[in-house]
Design a binder for this molecule. Structure first.
Ligand code: CTP
Length: 403
């Protein structure tokens, strides 16, 4: 699976309270969700497609017969982590209860295995009608989460149960019924990924084997936990992650320049990029002949992480990575602690990259060490899982220092 932030599909049925879903969409985006809106034809009488496209920043498809070549009802059913239908009208609830699929939204719902939330909104008489009650019970039995409507004034003068609830309550219910978290909401996290390339001449460079997979996985995981993520990517070929800011760089110097501007406004820097340790003293505009290659003079690149960590404020954290070529755990640990202390880091992940392990792979293993030198041994796991373990540790410390 490609790394990405969390995705949610917002279905909108044809009720007057469809306008309240504009606010819900905004609040869901604040929580770090990338939201695809699927309005029913009837709902377009209340809120048009242009509004949904402008608010979601994404193309909106309203019928089964658009983009047929991409089979949107199946791809959208698979791509989204959860479906929220708000408002869910009595008619839509009846359709879903009978398993019908005669438009894009009902097709997606039928094809989806993800958690589905219904936010019913209708007049009290319709909500308390035995047909609706039975349909709601049927859907609950099938695993739909039904958010209880609020009590209060309706569109006309009548009062009762059936009002569209506050966005905050819908969002609380989403967190209550899923394992999703938003513990990085309000934090700005910078992640670096990939490997810098230091040009020698127009065709050659000093580089390394970093694929960027670990950094991209961390960026996606942080975004899906609600963080405002800025990914600085050096020479990677990985697909773009929706919902985050990406700056592409080539050299260590370019990476350092971006970080110099961005780091002071961030809560944490996760430096997973492999920064080339050296560059040529003099870049040659014309290709160097092979006879002259032996005369190349190198100089050390600045240690970006070390320089930034010196400037870090009390409420900021810096996380480093170390790639070592030793399988001896004790040695791995000693080297990591030396880097942790030498670079004033709050956390380091060290792995053994002997024999080409880890670089380019989807898995990793190693040790996590914090500034108190607590050591967590990480067995072979996916880079996505490591991302969440690192972020769990980061969140705990961020909460302490931002109290
Ligand atoms: N790093 C950096 N700038 C550099 C080199 C490394 O910011 N010029 C960062 C990396 O992104 C990583 C951490 O420092 O998070 C550790 O990198 P590593 O190359 O293992 O550390 P070094 O101190 O350069 O150790 P070594 O002598 O083993 O290369």
């Amino acid at each position: 699976m490609f790394p990405r932030g969390r995705k949610l599909l917002l279905g909108v049925a044809g009720g007057i309270s469809a306008y309240k879903s504009c606010d819900l969409l905004r609040r869901l985006q604040d929580e770090g969700f990338i939201v695809d809106v699927v309005p029913t034809q009837a709902s377009l009488n209340f809120i048009g497609k242009a509004t949904w496209e402008a608010l979601s920043g994404r193309k909106v498809i309203t019928d089964l017969w658009s983009n047929v070549e991409n089979v949107p009802h199946i791809s959208m059913a698979k791509e989204n982590d959860l479906i929220v239908i708000a408002p869910a009208t009595a008619d839509l609830i009846a359709k879903l209860a009978s398993g019908r699929a005669d438009d894009l939204l009902t097709n997606i719902v039928l094809a989806s295995t993800s958690t589905k939330f219904l936010v019913p909104a209708m007049h009290p008489e319709m909500w308390s009608n035995p047909a609706t009650i039975e349909n709601v019970e049927t859907l609950k039995r099938r695993g739909f989460v039904v958010v209880q409507p609020d009590e209060g004034r309706m569109t006309g003068s009548d009062v009762g149960i059936g009002r569209y609830p506050e966005s905050s309550r819908i969002i609380s219910e989403i967190y209550f019924h899923t394992d999703l978290v938003a513990d990085l909401k309000g934090y700005k996290i910078i992640v670096t990924a990939g490997g810098t390339r230091e040009p020698i001449d127009p065709v050659r460079f000093i580089g390394n084997r970093s694929s960027g997979k670990q950094g991209f996985a961390i960026a996606a995981a942080a975004a899906s936990r609600g963080a405002d993520v800025h990914l600085i990517s050096a020479n990677t070929e990985l697909p773009f992650i929706e919902g985050i800011t990406i700056t592409k760089v080539e050299t260590a110097e370019q990476m350092a320049e971006v970080l110099k501007v961005e780091f002071p406004h961030s809560n944490a820097l996760i430096m997973s990029a492999a920064v080339a340790d050296a560059k040529v003293k003099k870049f040659e505009k014309n290709k160097i002949s092979k006879e002259e290659l032996g005369n190349l003079e190198l100089e050390k690149n600045q240690d970006i992480l070390k320089q930034l960590a010196i400037t870090k404020q009390k409420n900021q954290l810096v996380v480093g990575f170390a790639a070592e070529t030793t399988s001896d755990l004790k040695e791995l640990q000693e080297r990591a602690i030396k880097k942790l202390e030498g670079k004033s880091l709050d956390l380091i992940f060290v792995n053994d990259v002997s024999n080409g392990a880890v670089f380019g792979s989807n898995n990793t293993k190693g040790l996590i060490i914090d500034s108190q030198q607590n050591i967590t041994e990480v067995p072979e796991i996916s880079k996505e899982t490591l991302s969440d373990i690192l972020l769990d540790k980061l969140v705990a410390t961020l909460e302490l220092i931002n109290d």
